[in-house]
Design a protein around this ligand. Structure first.
Ligand SMILES: NC(=O)c1ccc[n+]([C@@H]2O[C@H](COP(=O)([O-])OP(=O)(O)OC[C@H]3O[C@@H](n4cnc5c(N)ncnc54)[C@H](O)[C@@H]3O)[C@@H](O)[C@H]2O)c1
Length: 353
């Protein structure tokens, strides 16, 4: 092969994460320097936002069902009807489902228009909004179509989060528990000493946890934006979690919680140690009102879903395990090996609470 040219592709882009304390402040921040702002918002929070009559607002139903090719097609049609140009700014206010869809649409519309996120769920604030991953579901598989496209800014607006019901807060805690398990044993211990009810009252403590998690996620994304190495650890609990989400129709957070339970148990079996992970994970999931088990765990149904996972590389998959509390390890293993563990989990009833 004769090389004709070789050049470095620019792969850096930065995202600013900032706190805003009023609608006026947010509105001014997202408008500055843009030809127009198009708001893409979760319809459930519409009534909490004092839009002007002249604001361009597109409402979407939150939830995973909305992350479809049909809604994507409709949304880019709305961008076109609103004459969104390359100097425009798409700003989404919603949870991970709305920002995944709107981020994907913004990343491909006119080959990419500026995009920012105002997370309206805890899960989105500490996880989904950070890192530029977006996407929609396709053929019953999670996030099969998508891009990595960094938002310009992420705005933490505490007032919007205050509307969130406890059930949705619990979903966010699944990802917070994940940060504890893979990176921050101290955080996991703190979580073990409180519960969802107490932490929702103690706003100062919640805010500290939020900041800590934002820093964990953004540090990893900065180091490995395209998930070529360390970013993989953030998938802890997600391979089996996504399969559970598709099969059992549980929310993302609840499914990831169960995926983490499987991965904790598998860690002990894989490394032949008994570190008591499973019991600890089960206890903390319970404290944050997340499921601590699954009545019927079908190894083969889960395996079939994992075979279609986009993170699969040929016949192998990167599976994230725990070497110790707060220390994740990336293991490349064959799908057959993983299947053995899934079958073991079904036979030995790992997932019963
Ligand atoms: N891109 C990423 O890196 C990433 C990471 C994790 C999860 N995700 C995706 O995020 C989605 C889950 O995100 P989520 O948990 O934020 O769920 P979501 O967006 O589905 O929202 C959950 C529910 O809460 C409602 N809601 C949202 N904000 C509200 C508010 N302030 N008050 C009252 N109700 C509100 C929504 O309408 C919905 O019914 C999944 O689709 C998942 O695949 C993406």
């Amino acid at each position: 092969m004769k090389s004709i040219s070789h050049y470095q592709v620019f792969r850096e882009s930065t995202t600013n994460v900032a706190q805003v304390d009023s609608w006026k402040e947010l509105s001014a921040a997202v408008s500055e320097g843009y030809s127009k702002v198009i708001w893409v918002i979760d319809s459930k929070i519409r009534r909490h936002i004092p839009f002007n009559l002249t604001d361009r607002v597109i409402e979407l139903d939150g939830g995973d069902e909305g992350k479809s090719l049909e809604v994507f097609y409709w949304l880019v049609g709305q961008f076109s009807n609103q004459e969104l140009d390359r100097k425009g700014h798409v700003v989404t206010i919603g949870g991970g489902s709305v920002s995944d869809l709107a981020g994907f649409a913004a990343s491909v519309y006119l080959r990419g228009v500026s995009f920012s996120i105002v997370p309206s769920t805890l899960l989105s604030l500490i996880d989904a909004s950070i890192g530029g991953k977006n996407g929609i579901n396709f053929k019953q598989f999670k996030n099969q179509l998508g891009t990595i496209y960094q938002p310009k800014s992420i705005y933490y607006f505490p007032e919007i989060l205050n509307q969130l019901p406890p059930e949705e807060m619990a979903d966010g805690f699944a990802e917070i528990i994940k940060y504890g398990l893979i990176l921050d044993a101290g955080l996991f211990q703190e979580l073990s000493n409180q519960n969802l009810h107490e932490i929702m009252i103690d706003k100062a403590s919640l805010q500290k946890i939020i900041y800590r998690c934002i820093i964990h996620k953004s540090t990893i994304v900065k180091e490995d934006p395209f998930e070529e190495n360390k970013r993989r650890i953030l998938n802890f609990g997600h391979t089996v979690g996504h399969a559970i989400e598709s099969i059992y129709g549980l929310s993302h957070g609840k499914s990831v919680g169960l995926g983490m339970l499987f991965a904790a148990k598998m860690s002990e079996s894989y490394y032949h140690v008994n570190l008591g992970f499973t019991g600890q994970v089960q206890k903390v999931l319970g404290l944050y009102k997340l499921p601590t088990g699954l009545e019927s765990f079908s190894a083969m149904a889960i395996y079939e879903k994992i075979k279609a996972d986009k993170k699969r590389e040929g016949d192998a998959i990167f599976f994230i395990l725990l070497k110790e509390l707060g220390k994740a390890s990336i293991e490349k293993m064959s799908l057959d090996k993983l299947k053995e563990y899934l079958i073991k989990a079904e036979q030995e009833k790992w997932m019963l609470s």
